[in-house]
Structures are given as structure tokens and as C-alpha cells.
Design a protein. Structure first.
Lengths: 346, 349
């Protein structure tokens, strides 16, 4: 991509800004017009990094879903930060939760002939045509955080993302150890039908399957929100079996934080009377652990920058990679919470 | 059980008093649902005093239901003018976000700020509907879509926590052993009822809802009244937003009040107010809101999976709507007292 001057922040996109700054031999008129067409498609896409890459560093195009949560923001910052650290040219496009924006961005990456394309797909389906175009252009694709459904698995190199089943399994294993296999469990499920809710339930149930003394007596959706988490926990506690509940497993930290309030209002001590384990590892969960109200959180790590660019280097070097790579994720309990809290970014 | 001694005679008395009023049907549905829970859901009626306040599922129903009850009050008046306000859920999110943002400044500023933006949101809707004559469903759709974005901007996309006791009291505190939110709802209800039943305002609203042109020709200030009902709906939504944020001690801009506008509309309709405007049932809307909340809590308490919980909910709502359908009721009445054939013919002629 040498020679293509991308607009600086504040500069408007027009013909003159998109002209090359230096004379460039391979810029045939046809190619120039294709480039301009691609740039036109780019109108809504926001560039953050735009410097000419050093010769040996790969150029990576990354299309993000959009800013939807603190988790996603941390994910974006991690990728941008790591690229800057390694001196890799990152072409970053924000899809603002729309697949058509993302497809436009991917096409523009082809037009710019980047070395590797990475993206977090907004939805699972509808990627075949554009992935075929990318394959024809000979650019390897890495999926991050969310998978796609395609008939031909060779359309992407690898998918790096959290393994929700494994997260549930780890929460279950931790609990088996903590309670020595004796627990009456209430479960706050995520949004019905969502992948994390299904998988985190599955993994947890697998992990406690062999334990005769562990039983889930209540399981109900809290929609991944604090308000619903609290409301459902209130009802759990007031049911006739409610008094026997001594463990809460929440599919995300927010529901656990809501449930903690319900437990307190019932005159019980969260973290002591009821052991609470949840998933995500947001800052609020660490604060609750420091206060002794939450016992354990399994991290769902958005900080994949380093891992992603290691994979990019591998791909460029021609190494073969497994189709599915799990993100490196931690598990934190109260003893580690205070030390980890200051470094939590989201 | 003391609860039974108090509750059932009170319900029976309410039913008897309203036996010829539209309020009867939502009350019947609520009574039946409560009876079902009394018989088949263990622990639903258990009440005890804990930390100086009543503690039990029934109390939760009142506390959790307060948000939709507040929304339903404002929504009733809007629907009575023949309009609808889809933006109340988003307004709740904005009010909650502003309160959380200002929580550190001072309590009056936080409360005033939250209610202030809610009033502004209501005024915006009112302006679009009354001055620019945009269809209410479209006018309020704008804020419904944009409002949550505004709330996100206010909170920077983060969940903002607050701990100020006064703000936490709003959604969690208790007054005389009962949730403070109940007092808030009752206060707003009495205020609204006085406003619309002791002044001509209620009559104006019904007249405008029935036939706006005719109302204007008789000299009613149709547009200012319409503007005001949207402002009032905004105020109710603001209060509900503050309660919702206070309830979880944080402003969660993505989720506060999500889809509650639909529950509020449902409560109003179940309560016996027609979407076509005209006559309205303020108390009916409250009963409707309570019915919806009781239904939701029943499903949690009976451990009905969330993926199928919408089905029993839909069935109950359908039953209440059918009970209120004039056509069906006429048919049912006909079944009960089959008129002699000759008489019926005479009536038809």
C-alpha cells in the first residue's frame, strides 16, 4: 500500500485527498478508478490509524462491530493499542452494528490490498459472497470474538474468541472445589437463546454432572441485566426452597451484582451465606469481590490485541493454524481481586 | 393467615363496588390470578417482618410493579387523547442516567435534573404532536429510538453506580413497612385523579379523544391539552426512571425501561381504556399494571422457563381482552339468559 495517502483526521474525503502523494508506477488508470470507487464506499467508515507501513510489517484491516458496551470498547482499545505498539499499520473500520457497513469495509480492505483481514462479524450469516471475494484476492481472514456460518471452512483461516462452554465449565469446577461437592444452586441464565447463555449453562452442568451433592434447584433468565437479576433473585429467595439456596451461579457479572442487592435486602450476607460465582470479570465484579460480596468471576477477556497480532504474524509467516483458538482467560477469586482491581480496564 | 383475612374480603368488596363498572374485568383477572397463586404457588403469600419492613413476594409485586404503574398513569391520559407515547422507556433511561451523573453534586440537583430532562422529553413529544401535528406513533418513535442513545451519551456507555442514601431510598426504601414506591404511585394516582376528575381537564381530554375537531369547534384548547398530556407522560416516565435506577443503585442506559412502553400500553388497554381515545380508566390502568407484574412474578416463582414464559403471559392477556370485548360479552349474556324467540325478533325489528 505504499503511496496511498489516507485522509488525516479532520481532512475531508475528496478526489484530491485520495490522490497519491508520490508518483507510483502500478497505479494504472483502471486501478485508480477502482480505488476511488472503493474510497467512495468508505464514506461512512472511520479511520483511526493511517500511516504508511514499514516495508516488513504487515498491513491489517480490522472491522469492529461497533461500540456497544464497555467490553467492546476495551476490545477495540486493546487491538488498536497493540497495533500501535508493534508498529503495524491497522486500518480500523467501525461497522456501527450494521452488516452492510461491515461488508463495505471488507471490500475496501480488498481494494487497499491489505495483508490480513480480521473482523468481529455483526451476525453469523450472509458472509459467503464477500469472503469469496477476499479469498480470490488471496487475503487471509481471521475472525475474532464471534463466528460465522459458511459452507466452506477454507473461507477463513481461524476464529479466535472466548469459549463460552469452557467458561461455564471453569465456573463449575471452581464451585466443586469450593463447596466440596455440596451445594444447592440457583442459576441466573442469560438472554434465552443467546450463545453465551446456552453455552455457559451447558459447560456448568457438565462440570457439576458427577457431583451427587450439587443440584440446581432454580434456573431462570435474568436477561444479562442487573434489574432482572435482582428481580428474579428476589423471587428465588422467597420461594419455599429459597431458604436452602447456598450458591448462586450467574451467567454474567451484571446479573450477579443485581442479585447481591436482593440477597442483602433479604437480610443475608452475599459471599458468605450464599456463595456467588459469575462470568465476565468486569470492574464492578472485582469491586464486589474486594467487598467480600462476590466469590469468583471467570474472565471473558476482551483484551485480545496481543494474541490477535501474534496470529497475524503466524499467518503472514505461512504457519498453519487450528480453526478454533480460545482466548487466554483468567479466573479470579477474592484472594486475587484486590491485586487485580487497579489493572482492570473495563 | 392474617393476609388472607385482609386480602380476600378487600378484593371481594372491590369487586362488588365495581360490579357495574369497567374496572370489574381487570379486577376479576387479578383476583383469579391471586387465587391461583394462593392455591398452587407455595410461598407466594408468605409475609413476614424483616428489618422493620414487610418482606414477601406480594411486596415485591408492588415494588417491582411501581414502574409500570407510574408509566401507565401518564400513558392513560395520552391514550385518552387518541395518541400513544412509545418513548417512555427511553425517557426512563435518560432520567436515570442524568440522575446518576448528577448524584455526586447534590440530591436535589440529581432528582431535579432527572425529572427536568424527562419533562423536556415529554415537551418535545408534545410539541411534535400538538404544534407540528405529527402522528403520535411516529413523533414518539423518534425519541424511543434516539433516547437510549442520548442516555448512552450521558453515561459514556458505562454503567454508573451511586450510593447516596436518599437516592437509594427512592427505589428500595420503605415507608410504614411498605415500599416507598407504593406511596409514590398512590400519591401520583391521587394527584392525577384529582386533576382529571375534580377539574374539567378530564372532560377536555375525553372530548379531544372522541373527536378533536368537534372539541376544537366547541372552544376547547385542544392543542395545549394535548401538549400537556405528553409533558405529564414525560414526568411519569421520569419518576419511573428514577425508581428503576435507584432500584439497582446504578444507571444502566442500555436496559433501564427497555420494552416497558409496551407493558405500559398493555396495562392501559387491559385496564379498560380503548386505544381509539375517549373515555379512560385511571384506576383500571393501575390494576392492569399490577396484573402484568403479578403475572411476571408468578412465572418466576413457578420456575417457568423464560423462553416459554411469554406464552402463559399472552394467554392471560388475551383472556382479559376477550372478557372486555363488547361482542363477546353480549354473546355470553345471551347464553346466560336466552331470550324467547318472539321477543328477539321484535327487538331486531
Amino acid at each position: 500500500m505504499p503511496g496511498l495517502a489516507l485522509p488525516r483526521p479532520g481532512q475531508t474525503l475528496n478526489r484530491s485527498t485520495l490522490r497519491t502523494t508520490r508518483p507510483l508506477s502500478p497505479m494504472t488508470p483502471k486501478f485508480t478508478s477502482r480505488l476511488l470507487a472503493a474510497a467512495g464506499l468508505f464514506a461512512g467508515v472511520f479511520f483511526t490509524t493511517a500511516q504508511v507501513a514499514a516495508a516488513d510489517k504487515p498491513v491489517v484491516g480490522f472491522s469492529q462491530i461497533g461500540a456497544e458496551s464497555a467490553w467492546r470498547t476495551a476490545n477495540t482499545d486493546s487491538i488498536k493499542g497493540e497495533a500501535a505498539k508493534r508498529g503495524i499499520t491497522l486500518k480500523f473500520a467501525d461497522a456501527q452494528q450494521k452488516q452492510e457497513n461491515q461488508i463495505k469495509a471488507l471490500r475496501s480492505f480488498i481494494a487497499q490490498n491489505v495483508d490480513v483481514i480480521a473482523f468481529s462479524p455483526v451476525v453469523e450469516t450472509g458472509w459467503e459472497p464477500v469472503l469469496r471475494e477476499i479469498k480470490k484476492a488471496g487475503i487471509p481472514v481471521i475472525l475474532t470474538d464471534r463466528a460465522v456460518k459458511v459452507s466452506d471452512p477454507s473461507l477463513f483461516v481461524t476464529f479466535v474468541g472466548s469459549d463460552f462452554v469452557e467458561e461455564g465449565r471453569r465456573a463449575g469446577k471452581w464451585l466443586v472445589e469450593k463447596t466440596k461437592g455440596q451445594a444447592v444452586i440457583a442459576e441466573l441464565v442469560g438472554t434465552p437463546g443467546s450463545a453465551p447463555a446456552i453455552d455457559r449453562k451447558k459447560g456448568f452442568e457438565e462440570a457439576i454432572a458427577g457431583q451427587a451433592g450439587m443440584k440446581i434447584i432454580k434456573s431462570q433468565s435474568g436477561d444479562f441485566t442487573r434489574a432482572k437479576g435482582k428481580e428474579v433473585m428476589e423471587t428465588f429467595l422467597k420461594s419455599p426452597e429459597g431458604k436452602s439456596i447456598n450458591v448462586l451461579y450467574a451467567h454474567n457479572d451484571d446479573m450477579a451484582l443485581g442479585a447481591i442487592q436482593a440477597i442483602e435486602e433479604a437480610g443475608l450476607k452475599p459471599g458468605t451465606d450464599i456463595v456467588i460465582v459469575s462470568i465476565d470479570g468486569v470492574k464492578g465484579a472485582f469491586e464486589a469481590m474486594v467487598a467480600g460480596k462476590l466469590n469468583c468471576t471467570v474472565e471473558c477477556n476482551p483484551l485480545i490485541g496481543a494474541q490477535l497480532f501474534d496470529l497475524v504474524a503466524d499467518v503472514v509467516a505461512g504457519k498453519t493454524l487450528p480453526k478454533r483458538i480460545a482466548v487466554e482467560e483468567g479466573l479470579y477469586d477474592q484472594s486475587q481481586a484486590a491485586a487485580a482491581l487497579p489493572s482492570r480496564q473495563y | 393467615m392474617i393476609v388472607d383475612l385482609l386480602l380476600w374480603p378487600a378484593l371481594a368488596a372491590l369487586l362488588w363496588v365495581n360490579r357495574r363498572r369497567p374496572l370489574l374485568w381487570p379486577l376479576v383477572a387479578l383476583a383469579l390470578l391471586l387465587l391461583f397463586n394462593r392455591l398452587f404457588t407455595p410461598g407466594f403469600f408468605a409475609l413476614e417482618i424483616r428489618d422493620g419492613r414487610l418482606y414477601g413476594t406480594l411486596v415485591d409485586v408492588l415494588n417491582q410493579g411501581s414502574k409500570v404503574m407510574l408509566l401507565a398513569l401518564g400513558m392513560t391520559l395520552v391514550i385518552a387523547t387518541g395518541g400513544v407515547d412509545l418513548s417512555v422507556g427511553a425517557t426512563m433511561a435518560i432520567a436515570g442516567a442524568v440522575m446518576a451523573r448528577l448524584a455526586g453534586v447534590s440530591i436535589p440537583v440529581a432528582l431535579g435534573g432527572g425529572l427536568g430532562v424527562a419533562l423536556l422529553a415529554g415537551a418535545w413529544n408534545g410539541l411534535l404532536v400538538s404544534a407540528f401535528r405529527i402522528q403520535p406513533i411516529i413523533a414518539t418513535l423518534i425519541l424511543m429510538v434516539a433516547g437510549r442513545g442520548v442516555a448512552q451519551l450521558v453515561t459514556d456507555g458505562q454503567i454508573i453506580n451511586f450510593e447516596q442514601p436518599a437516592l437509594v431510598y427512592l427505589g428500595n426504601g420503605s415507608l410504614l413497612g411498605l415500599p416507598f414506591t407504593l406511596a409514590l404511585v398512590l400519591g401520583m394516582f391521587v394527584l392525577t385523579a384529582l386533576l382529571v376528575r375534580r377539574t374539567a381537564l378530564g372532560l377536555f381530554i375525553e372530548a379531544i379523544g372522541d373527536n378533536e375537531t368537534a372539541a376544537r369547534f366547541t372552544g376547547l384548547p385542544a392543542r395545549p391539552v394535548k401538549f400537556l398530556v405528553y409533558v405529564f407522560a414525560g414526568l411519569c416516565a421520569g419518576l419511573a426512571g428514577l425508581v428503576a435506577a435507584s432500584n439497582i443503585k446504578s444507571a444502566d442506559a442500555n436496559h433501564i425501561g427497555l420494552y416497558l412502553e409496551l407493558d405500559a400500553i398493555l396495562a392501559v388497554v387491559v385496564g379498560g381504556t380503548a386505544l381509539t381515545g375517549g373515555r379512560f380508566q385511571l384506576a383500571g390502568s393501575l390494576v392492569g399494571a399490577l396484573l402484568i407484574q403479578t403475572l411476571g412474578t408468578t412465572l418466576y416463582a413457578r420456575n417457568v422457563g423464560a423462553d416459554v414464559a411469554t406464552v402463559p403471559k399472552a394467554i392471560v392477556i388475551l383472556a382479559v381482552c376477550l372478557l372486555q370485548s363488547p361482542v363477546l360479552r353480549a354473546k355470553l349474556a345471551g347464553l346466560r339468559r336466552p331470550a324467547p324467540a318472539a321477543l328477539r325478533k321484535e327487538g331486531a325489528a
